[in-house]
Design a protein around this ligand. Structure first.
Ligand code: HEC
Ligand code: HEC
Ligand code: HEC
Ligand code: HEC
Ligand code: HEC
Ligand code: HEC
Ligand code: HEC
Ligand code: HEC
Ligand code: HEC
Ligand code: HEC
Ligand code: HEC
Length: 491
């Protein structure tokens, strides 16, 4: 045993012995046990504060060393009676917000609970205007407090759901505060994998406090909230990216890594685009899937409505349903969704279509995929060519604004055709693509005309300059000849 360990054990022993001594000296408890009895006394016997040698006076004040009731329960000795309203949390904060005091009991617990609670959504004033909405005892009780890791604690993961929902599932109570706040969290939670497993006694799945916090709970629109859109991924990743923690469940732990690199993750986490989905946009806040949505896979359509509508009317709808394939993830994946490019389309090895379509298998789709890819490639190339020609003409100072404006229609047609892929119908695709091809061709022609004119003007200018120069030289020669003749005549 080294010195430090021995010293630590010494301190522990000292704290233990002194706790025992203090417990024996608690005259509040001994008199109450003998005279009043009842809940506080019975509960207090297995209270963590009792174990630490803290007496009834720790919270109620008074002199715990005298057997005289009047002296013990005397305001002069600091007795506060039964604390009410905000007095309750203040009584707890006397120790729990005082690091030195906590150390004196041999505790290294954080001392931020009171401060955090005051700043949280629960620190707002209650409807009576006299006290805050919750006190420490709302979640921890007053007597019989145990360590939060103890299975009988009201904040233990299997009990916390009940502790929070005694208010949050009480419609009449919640209406007094915020009539628009839903009170269905518990009902929904119980339909999710988290809620189902929690009800069966799994303390490791997410419960109210794992997603919202405990003392620092905030409104979801508050940027400091653990469930504010840009904070959600790391809140979920706290467990879901922890391979050790998730080991027994045998599910992947790569969702966050993949998501943060995806087109959605980059939009949300890097560009702070709140229109992009966070984990809960697809998985729901409390339920397994958001309300009104039959499966996670359907959720894409809440934002990408056009793609989803086209898909539903496409031949793939039935084909995928029959094979129990998810609608969008089959081609785009779920967490790793990247920017869609033409490469996805067609019959090359990179194209998603070739996973199921070949000349031998589902051949009609194969032919369609090939044709569609060729069309969209032409669209892209022709748009690029038209755009280059327009730029060239512009640089040469030609008036080309109208053609440039039309170029937007070509771009729009390309965007539309990318969406139109989801009809999986060659005819409809060709219609949209053709629109774009016609526009590109028109713009190219106009830009080429402008460039031709430029060349024409340059040649014209050249010829004119040449003619003028020749004229000037002839004139000069002519004048010289006359001058010479005149000179000869004079002689
Ligand atoms: C000698 C016995 C005795 C001692 C010592 C004693 N009490 Fe009491 N206490 C009582 C009795 C009896 C009552 C109930 C009658 C009453 O309310 O006056 C009571 C009531 C209380 C109440 C409830 C008051 C209310 O308004 O409902 C609290 C709180 C309390 N005691 C705390 C303490 C604390 C803290 C100490 C030690 C500092 C302590 N008591 C010491 C006998 C005692
Ligand atoms: C950790 C702080 C704390 C300690 C220690 C504590 N109490 Fe309390 N007690 C409270 C609070 C807070 C309330 C009032 C709010 C409530 O009941 O939720 C209360 C209420 C009471 C009440 C009145 C309400 C009731 O439940 O009957 C009595 C009596 C009481 N305590 C006695 C005691 C006695 C006796 C002890 C010691 C054996 C003790 N308390 C130790 C915090 C404490
Ligand atoms: C809304 C419910 C709620 C309220 C109110 C609340 N707590 Fe907690 N408390 C919890 C939960 C849940 C935990 C479990 C730890 C966790 O999951 O972060 C906890 C943990 C603790 C711990 C263990 C150390 C820690 O910080 O994790 C202490 C000590 C504690 N609370 C004291 C207090 C005090 C003091 C107050 C009043 C100022 C208070 N609590 C108010 C829910 C609450
Ligand atoms: C006289 C000081 C004191 C007062 C007052 C006090 N506590 Fe404590 N509390 C402690 C100490 C010391 C511990 C043990 C800490 C440890 O084990 O590290 C503790 C432990 C706890 C724990 C268990 C933390 C854990 O280890 O999981 C909770 C919860 C708690 N207190 C809540 C309260 C509440 C609620 C109140 C007010 C009603 C209160 N305390 C009042 C000193 C106090
Ligand atoms: C004493 C009743 C009560 C308890 C217990 C309680 N809450 Fe609350 N909570 C409220 C009230 C009331 C509000 C609404 C405050 C407002 O908006 O004015 C609220 C607000 C919230 C909000 C913010 C909602 C929003 O977006 O506006 C969240 C999140 C929340 N509570 C979660 C929890 C969790 C998690 C627990 C358990 C650890 C819990 N609450 C325990 C009463 C309670
Ligand atoms: C898996 C994480 C998770 C769990 C578990 C969870 N919540 Fe939530 N909660 C969220 C998210 C995410 C939001 C919404 C954020 C938003 O609106 O953008 C939310 C919103 C809320 C709100 C605001 C009103 C609403 O319904 O939108 C309250 C109140 C709330 N939760 C309470 C609870 C309670 C009580 C529990 C336990 C029964 C709980 N939550 C469990 C993640 C969770
Ligand atoms: C406290 C840790 C924890 C947190 C925080 C957490 N989860 Fe979970 N989650 C789990 C565990 C454990 C499971 C159970 C795995 C299982 O049985 O498949 C689970 C299951 C799931 C499942 C079902 C997986 C399956 O089996 O198909 C989904 C989806 C899920 N979580 C999403 C989320 C999302 C989204 C968030 C954040 C809003 C989140 N979780 C936050 C621990 C957590
Ligand atoms: C764009 C929608 C979307 C987003 C955003 C999203 N998921 Fe998923 N997630 C899915 C789909 C779809 C599945 C497949 C499961 C199904 O079809 O039921 C899935 C499956 C899961 C599973 C089950 C195990 C697995 O990997 O297949 C977990 C756990 C999970 N997601 C957690 C998360 C977490 C954590 C985040 C945020 C970092 C997140 N998801 C973001 C759509 C999404
Ligand atoms: C909450 C709304 C929302 C949900 C739900 C959503 N997305 Fe997105 N998605 C977006 C936004 C916003 C962007 C654009 C991000 C950017 O580029 O800035 C995007 C981009 C994309 C892109 C890339 C588009 C491109 O131009 O290449 C694809 C593919 C995609 N999402 C597919 C899906 C699929 C599949 C699902 C379901 C599993 C889904 N999305 C769910 C909002 C959403
Ligand atoms: C059979 C494969 C396949 C399926 C199923 C599929 N997509 Fe696509 N998706 C593609 C291809 C291929 C492209 C790329 C087109 C291009 O850029 O050339 C694409 C492009 C996209 C884009 C970017 C273009 C745009 O419309 O903005 C989004 C968003 C998108 N898909 C969403 C979805 C959604 C939502 C679903 C489910 C309803 C879905 N996709 C189903 C193959 C598929
Ligand atoms: C997961 C497998 C799968 C993928 C990936 C896939 N398809 Fe299909 N596709 C099918 C099945 C199955 C059918 C139905 C064949 C049938 O009923 O004969 C089908 C039918 C079609 C049809 C209708 C053919 C007809 O019979 O009229 C077209 C067009 C089509 N697919 C195009 C595409 C394109 C384009 C892609 C790539 C963007 C693609 N498919 C990707 C499985 C797939």
């Amino acid at each position: 045993m080294n010195r430090i360990t021995r010293m630590m054990m010494g301190i522990a022993l000292l704290v233990c012995v002194s706790a025992n001594a203090l417990r024996a000296q608690d005259k509040c408890l001994s008199c109450h046990e003998a005279t009043v009895g009842g809940q506080p006394v019975e509960m207090f016997k297995h209270d963590i504060h009792h174990a630490k040698g803290i007496s009834c006076a720790g919270c109620h004040g008074g002199d715990s060393k005298t057997e005289e009731m009047d002296q013990a329960m005397n305001a002069k000795a600091g007795y506060i009676g039964v604390p009410k309203g905000d007095e309750i949390s203040k009584a707890c904060a006397n120790c729990h917000a005082n690091a030195a005091k906590m150390k004196s009991f041999g505790s290294n617990l954080p001392t931020n609970q009171f401060q955090n609670l005051q700043e949280s959504v629960h620190g707002k004033l209650a409807t009576n205007g006299k006290e805050r909405i919750v006190q420490c005892t709302t979640c921890h009780n007053a007597h019989g407090i145990v360590a939060v890791r103890n299975a009988s604690s009201p904040v233990f993961p299997l009990n916390i759901v009940k502790t929070c929902t005694k208010c949050h599932a009480d419609a009449a109570f919640m209406r007094m505060y915020n009539p628009s706040l839903p009170v269905d969290q518990l009902d929904k939670y119980r339909t999710s994998v988290h809620g189902i497993r929690n009800a069966k006694g799994d303390a490791k799945v997410a419960q109210c406090a794992s997603c919202h916090g405990s003392h620092d709970i905030r409104n979801a629109k508050d940027t400091k909230s653990k469930v504010y859109a840009t904070n959600v991924p790391s809140t979920c990743a706290h467990c879901h990216s922890n391979a050790e923690y998730m080991k027994e469940y045998k599910i992947p732990t790569d969702q966050f890594d993949k998501f943060s690199k995806s087109v959605h993750g980059v939009a949300l986490l890097t560009k702070h685009d709140l229109g992009a989905p966070a984990c809960n946009s697809c998985h729901g806040n409390h339920a397994a899937t958001p309300p009104g949505i039959s499966s996670v896979s359907k959720v894409c359509g809440t934002c990408h409505a056009l793609n989803a509508d086209l898909f539903s009317a496409s031949p793939h709808k039935k084909a995928f349903d029959d094979r129990k394939l998810p609608e969008c993830e089959t081609c785009h994946s779920n967490h790793e969704i990247i920017v869609a490019t033409n490469k996805l389309l067609g019959v090359t090895s990179e194209a998603v279509c070739s996973r199921c379509h070949s000349e031998a298998q589902n051949a009609k789709g194969y032919a369609a995929a090939k044709a569609m890819r060729s069309l969209i490639d032409s669209l892209e190339n022709n748009e690029k060519k038209a755009s280059e020609l327009v730029n060239e003409a512009e640089q040469k100072g030609m008036e080309i604004s109208e053609a440039k404006y039309k170029l937007r229609d070509a771009h729009q047609a390309r965007l539309e055709s990318r969406t139109m892929v989801h009809a999986f119908n060659e005819g409809r695709f060709r219609e949209v693509a053709s629109k774009g091809l016609v526009v590109s061709a028109t713009v190219s022609a106009e830009a080429t005309d402008a460039l031709d004119e430029y060349v024409f003007r340059r040649i014209g200018l050249g010829l004119a300059t040449l003619a003028i120069t020749i004229l000037a030289i002839s004139l000069y020669v002519y004048i010289r000849r006359i001058e010479r003749r005149q000179a000869k005549g004079v002689q």
